[in-house]
Design a protein around this ligand. Structure first.
Ligand code: MN
Length: 205
């Protein structure tokens, strides 16, 4: 079964340069993300009553996954879901929205955009080893910053991710080596705020 598929990037591989280099994008999207999707599809191939649901739904109800494939589906399904989000949460040119419901809530929760970026950066730096930092909408519609290990998913904790940064070394090592801080600082230049705002509005409906 080949149920879950990797979408092409919505921009060219080199479009996020100089912040994220083309070679990293090619390997990350075509090899790493494709690898997660393939292993996810392999894992679900033995699941007779596999419910054909979006990966976010599958990860939000992991107790429904047969126990013999659960770890593989969580790891590779998380990898697939998170990377699919990561590509569209970045864009070559997207400014911070100047007004609206999302930015009002962000300011209300974190003080202002700079304070938010500092707190989020701190979470991304403090994630020990592989993982992600996220801005999520909780079940009571509040904004929160969380970090997750490996490919454990915010979806599995009832949280809706609206912005995330991949801090696995494969996301930055070619260009930034051990300097995760420099990668994170550069990444802020390619955050697709329009998409974040859209995901926020969808989550609070
Ligand atoms: Mn990755």
């Amino acid at each position: 079964m080949n149920y879950y598929k990797v979408d092409p990037l919505p921009y060219r591989y080199g479009d996020l340069e100089p912040f994220i280099d083309e070679k990293t994008m090619r390997i990350h999207h075509d090899k790493h993300h494709e690898g997660y999707a393939k292993k996810l599809n392999d894992a679900i191939s033995s699941w007779d009553s596999f419910p054909k649901v979006p990966i976010s739904k599958l990860l939000s109800e992991i107790e429904r996954i047969p126990s013999d494939i659960r770890t593989s589906v969580v790891n590779n399904g998380g990898g697939h879901a998170h990377h699919a989000l990561f590509w569209v949460m970045m864009a070559p040119n997207s400014g911070v929205p100047e007004d609206g419901k999302f930015i009002d809530e962000l300011n209300k929760t974190f003080g202002n955009i700079d304070d938010f970026e500092n707190k989020f950066t701190e979470a991304a730096l403090k994630q020990f080893g592989s993982g992600w930092a996220w801005l999520v909408v909780s079940s009571d519609k509040k904004l929160e910053i969380v970090k997750t290990s490996n490919q454990d998913s915010p979806y599995s904790e009832g949280l809706a991710p609206i912005l995330g940064i991949d801090v696995w070394e494969h996301a930055y090592y070619l260009n930034y080596q051990n300097k995760r801080d420099e990668y994170i600082k550069a990444w802020w230049n390619v955050v697709n705020w329009e998409k974040v705002e859209e995901l926020y509005e969808r989550s609070v409906k």
